[in-house]
Design a protein around this ligand. Structure first.
Ligand SMILES: [Zn+2]
Length: 612
């Protein structure tokens, strides 16, 4: 994050000058961090106490703590966050206590943030929120449209700009809609949540459905068997005519049908029909608001589904391959049917597999290990309108990570892995879609590639994450940045995580993260003791949420550190990074192969067939 003083208020400019003249940047940074952490901790205590939230003075006290960060250390990198939280707190004070002065303070803080810190990650949202407050609280349509217009002009392609566009459209006089022949965005009375779109990714035993909503919505859910279906009733909601009239094709995967309709005047019902299903998870993602449904199950066996090469030596009369080689199907299946039913897509255990013919230069590593189904998803972070982290010399995270990912792809493919890229060019892919791609393709591993950023220019080095609760404030910040949300949202996410976390995959993901991190740090830094080896960490990342395979997120190096940024700009370094990650992946896969080959066949099948 960069602090841009040019358009800041003169008082701030003066403070910056004084501070930099003093040459005590590091001390100021530490002091700013301390103040910010104290404010943040006070806010957490406030939010958790019913007694405290009932008192206006408690809210104001926390707002003032955030303000003190801005006043004492305007250039610290903590000031834009502090302004944002200050504004949000005063907005909440207005809402709870109907205090007009608080509303003014909120608007002021947003404005100071938007003008004084134009390159802050919060700048677009500050403008947008200003517009919303002016519109909703003050009915100031002129002020609001000026503000929303700025969001669209200054932050094109962002979710904030899309929301500003929607709000402006809603403000427009209705006859404009009648005159325009093209599809206008359908609007609803305030308080009614529009259900805009349904997106889905379906494989043979996994489906992710995302329901796009205008705002947060209360919902009830239910599951019915024979035929298997899940339904969601979205309360206080209205489906758009466009969505209601849409026909969702019956897929050949595991999801059969999606039905959506206005069940009652204020209830939208979404029904998902499946061939059968074993379990599902629902969670919500904010900004923009969407409901995500992950469903696991099994499609019924189809004889044609098994690739011929895998059943070739089983004889023509063989039933599905899994049954032939499964020595103890009853015991396993009896525990938790139908989840343990083998799917047609599930590959038979490795030992009976006929490997593809060797390449000219002999068997690939994957073939030698008997891992012919190893399918790796590489996820280059960000893309399109989302550049990720940027530095002063114009190096962008989205470009660096795409380059590393393409190099990694080549290396893994050469070794015989099958590689799926979530993006292979400069396009934007929503975070929830990236996991969905991996899950619906039945991938074995998921690698999300990123570069890091910090408020200070000091931190450098490499860290690898797997999905779990954040254990340090730094990890929380990395998650907030990668999720494009506030650290407050990251805290909310922890409760979702409890529901979605899959313990089995945590262990495997930790192992994979360890392999990748060890390989990176020993190749890049010669010694594991080098401080640039920042180790394996945990945090709640949207992009890893619901992943059905071992999955990690790599932060290669810090774009905010001058020397790290130089390295990231160097193709030889990026190649080395790709090679190190490939070594980690191969090490992880071969450790799996060693484990399985020493177990009995019964043990292996039982392991494979555990419900996920
Ligand atoms: Zn990133």
């Amino acid at each position: 994050m960069r602090w841009t003083g040019s358009s800041g208020r003169s008082a701030l400019g003066l403070l910056v000058l004084l501070s930099s003249m003093g040459g005590a940047a590091e001390g100021a940074q530490a002091s700013a961090r301390k103040l910010y952490d104290e404010a943040h901790a006070a806010e957490t205590r406030l939010q958790q106490s019913k007694a405290k939230t009932a008192k206006k003075s408690e809210w104001v006290r926390v707002a003032k703590m955030y303000r003190s960060v801005v006043v004492s250390h305007p250039q610290s990198g903590y000031s834009d966050d502090s302004l944002f939280y200050e504004a949000e707190i005063y907005r909440e004070v207005y809402r709870r206590f109907d205090d007009d002065a608080a509303l003014e303070r909120s608007l002021d803080a947003y404005l100071q943030l938007a003008t004084g810190y134009p390159s802050s990650k919060w700048a677009a949202r500050a403008r947008l929120n200003r517009g919303k407050v002016q519109l909703e609280r003050r009915n100031d349509r002129k002020g609001a449209s000026a503000e929303l217009g700025k969001v669209i002009a200054d932050f094109p392609g962002t979710p904030e700009a899309a929301e500003a566009r929607r709000l402006l459209d809603e403000m427009a006089p209705p006859r404009r809609a009648a005159a325009a022949p093209g599809p206008e965005r359908e609007t609803f009375p305030s308080g009614v949540v529009g259900v805009r779109n349904i997106r889905q990714w379906t494989g043979t035993e996994y489906t992710r459905i995302v329901i796009d909503l205008d705002d947060e919505v209360k919902y009830t859910e239910g599951i019915v068997q024979d035929p298997a279906r899940i339904y969601f009733d979205l309360l206080g909601a209205r489906v758009t005519r466009d969505l209601a009239s849409r026909i969702f094709p019956v897929g050949d995967g595991f999801l059969q049908q999606i039905r959506v309709g206005q069940n009652k005047a204020d209830v939208v019902r979404v029904v998902l029909d499946f061939q059968n299903l074993s379990e599902y998870n629902v969670f919500t993602l904010p900004d923009p608001y969407r409901l995500v449904v992950d469903i696991l199950g099994k499609a019924p066996a189809e004889p044609a589904a098994a690739p011929p090469i895998e059943v070739a030596d089983l004889g023509p009369a063989a039933p599905p391959a899994e049954r032939v080689v499964e020595p103890a199907p009853v015991a396993v299946a009896a525990e938790t049917p139908p989840a343990t039913e083998p799917a047609p897509k599930a590959a038979p255990p490795d030992i009976i597999r006929v490997p593809p013919p060797p390449r000219k230069d002999g068997y690939s590593i994957v073939q030698q290990l008997g891992l012919s189904a190893s399918r790796v998803v590489i996820d280059p972070g960000h893309g399109g309108h989302d550049p990720g982290t940027m530095n002063r010399s114009g190096l962008r995270e989205k470009d660096v990570v795409l380059d590393v990912s393409q190099r990694l792809r080549k290396l893994l493919e050469k070794e015989g892995f099958e590689v799926v890229m979530t993006r292979d060019k400069d396009v934007f892919i929503p975070l929830e879609e990236r996991t969905a791609i991996a899950n619906s393709k039945g991938a074995d591993l998921f690698l999300s590639i990123h570069v890091n950023a910090a408020r200070s220019t000091k931190p450098r080095g490499t860290e690898t994450y797997f999905l779990n609760l954040a254990t340090t404030p730094d990890a929380e910040e990395v998650a907030a940045r990668e999720n494009a949300v506030t650290t407050r949202r990251v805290n909310e996410l922890q409760s979702i995580l409890q529901k979605v976390l899959n313990n089995e995959k945590i262990t495997e993901s930790r192992e994979l993260a360890g392999r990748v991190q060890t390989s990176l740090s020993s190749d890049l830094y010669a010694s594991a003791k080098d401080p640039r080896n920042r180790g394996v960490k945990t945090a709640p990342f949207y992009v890893l949420l619901g992943a059905q395979m071992p999955s990690v997120l790599v932060e290669i190096a810090y774009l905010t550190n001058r020397r790290d940024a130089e390295l990231l700009g160097d193709a030889a370094f990026r190649q080395k990074v790709a090679e190190s990650i490939a070594v980690g992946v191969r090490g992880y896969q071969s450790s799996l192969a060693r484990t399985t080959s020493t177990e009995t066949q019964a043990g292996r099948v039982a392991e494979k067939e555990q419900p996920r």
